[in-house]
Design a protein around this ligand. Structure first.
Ligand SMILES: C[S@@+](CC[C@H](N)C(=O)[O-])C[C@H]1O[C@@H](n2cnc3c(N)ncnc32)[C@H](O)[C@@H]1O
Length: 440
């Protein structure tokens, strides 16, 4: 066990439990979080600078170094610490970091932990002889579980990322003839399935687990992560599609008004104007923005007055939304999702099952509109039909016939991960699962 890790565990052990704050005590919370992500007996040797920094920061807190600077008072947070101390310790980057570090600490060393695994498989109802498409293979967590559910189950494993495709190829050695790796985007699926002689209306179940994999987030060279420094790339396809621009290309070439739209629409970033201006100013001063750290620092410096929290009220990096916006734009993610949903309907047989796992509202809204039948000319419609045009009034029969969905949703409310899953896999925290059956 490494010395740093031992020190960290000791500090947490001696962290005083505040009896008045049952269930809200920071030390207890941290110990639980750590226990969930790290199994102390599995620790080997390597520990990065990041863990060392975190250990030191915990040490300062435990030794009450900030006692004079940040007096514990009625205005302290519910944990008895100041907001600043809390955000230092409980930052989502730190929790994500601990989770990333599982590679060092755990034996199973999964490259990506599948989200809502059991629920997703339950809805897909795998049975011997059934055929599935895993539209987002990643590291194959969901596909493996499907294959294990019965002999003769077959999975077409699609992913646009060559790294994921390699994983699928390896898995096909383990399940010969039962997993068919396909390299491409949703929009390339018709051609790929044609080559496999797969026809419309023939598939039993289709799964989408949208977003990025941990292999993409955790590899600094892919440029997806706000907390790992690397080139600002963000292409899920790596170099597979020669004319695809990188995030750095977008920052270097887009006009200010285009940047504002990208940040506002794809990042839902309220401070889009400020950030776009800072990017354009940096360009004018010949400061190239080519690394994730340069972008993260630039955004943090122009939004320095705001301490951000994520949707679960946890401290988040101020550049998180900017990163999300660029990633969605570079990979044309929303159009892909929209078309992917159309294809799911095309290839599923009647009574075939669809399961989707989304990670933010932009993804979920497109899925929801498809399932509700709110699609006009192949596009998920952003506005309820009856309000879609001020000078057009649809009569209720027409609205009903247009909204007559070819899907029936199986779960009344979206399914979200339980606390235990979130503690083990913080990346699951914003996941929403929908399951539907094709009714026509
Ligand atoms: C969240 S991961 C899936 C993880 C997987 N379910 C597992 O358990 O390992 C999402 C994957 O979808 C892939 N992906 C995203 N958009 C895609 C698209 N339009 N076409 C094909 N693959 C896509 C990404 O490359 C990534 O590997």
């Amino acid at each position: 066990m490494s010395a740093h890790y031992q020190r960290l565990m000791k500090l947490l052990e001696k962290w005083p439990v505040d009896k008045r704050k049952t269930g809200r005590d920071l030390g207890e919370h941290l110990r639980n979080q750590l226990k969930a992500v790290i199994n102390p007996t599995d620790v080997t040797t390597k520990v990065s600078d990041n863990l060392q920094k975190q250990t030191e920061s915990l040490e300062r807190l435990a030794n009450n170094v900030y006692a004079n600077k940040y007096k514990r008072s009625l205005t302290s947070t519910a944990t008895g610490l100041t907001a600043e101390q809390c955000s230092q310790v409980l930052s989502s980057e730190f929790l994500a970091y601990l989770n990333d570090e599982r590679g060092f600490f755990s034996k199973d060393n999964e490259p990506h932990k599948p989200v809502l695994l059991d629920k997703a498989i339950e809805f897909l109802e795998p049975k011997p002889g059934k055929v599935f498409i895993d539209m987002t293979f990643g590291a194959g967590g969901h596909s493996k579980q499907l294959l294990r559910a019965g002999k003769g189950i077959k999975v077409f494993a699609l992913d646009r990322d060559p790294v994921a495709h390699e994983y699928a190829q390896k898995l096909s050695d383990e399940f010969p003839g039962r997993i068919i790796p396909l390299l491409g985007r949703f929009s390339e699926l018709p051609q790929l399935l044609k080559e496999q002689n797969v026809k419309k209306d023939t598939i039993d179940g289709i799964l989408f687990d949208f977003g990025c994999s941990s292999m993409q987030f955790d590899e600094p060279d892919r440029g997806f992560s706000v907390s790992h420094n690397g080139p600002l790339d963000m292409r899920m396809d790596k170099g597979r599609c020669k004319d695809q621009v990188t995030a750095a290309d977008v920052l270097a070439r887009a006009e200010e008004h285009e940047l504002i739209r990208i940040l506002r629409i794809y990042g839902e970033e309220k401070q889009a104007k400020k950030i776009a201006r800072a990017i354009v100013d940096a360009r004018a001063a010949l400061h190239k923005i080519e690394t994730t750290q340069q972008l993260a620092n630039l955004v943090a410096s122009c939004l320095s007055d705001t301490q951000r929290v994520d949707k679960l009220q946890r401290p988040a990096h101020s550049a998180t939304k900017t990163f999300q916006a660029l990633r969605i734009f570079v990979n044309n993610e929303l159009n892909e999702i929209n078309y992917g949903m159309t294809l799911a309907h095309r290839y599923l047989k009647r009574k075939g099952r669809l399961v989707t796992i989304t990670f933010h509202s932009l993804e979920d809204t497109i899925v929801k509109r498809h399932i509700n039948g709110n699609v006009i000319e192949g596009l998920a419609n952003p506005v309820p039909l009856k309000y879609s045009s001020h000078d057009l009034s649809y009569d209720s029969d027409l609205v009903e016939s247009l909204m007559d969905s070819p899907w029936k949703q199986l779960n009344k409310h979206v399914i979200t991960p339980e606390e235990g899953e979130i503690a083990i896999n913080p990346r699951s925290r914003s996941a929403k699962l929908r399951a539907a059956v094709k009714v026509k």
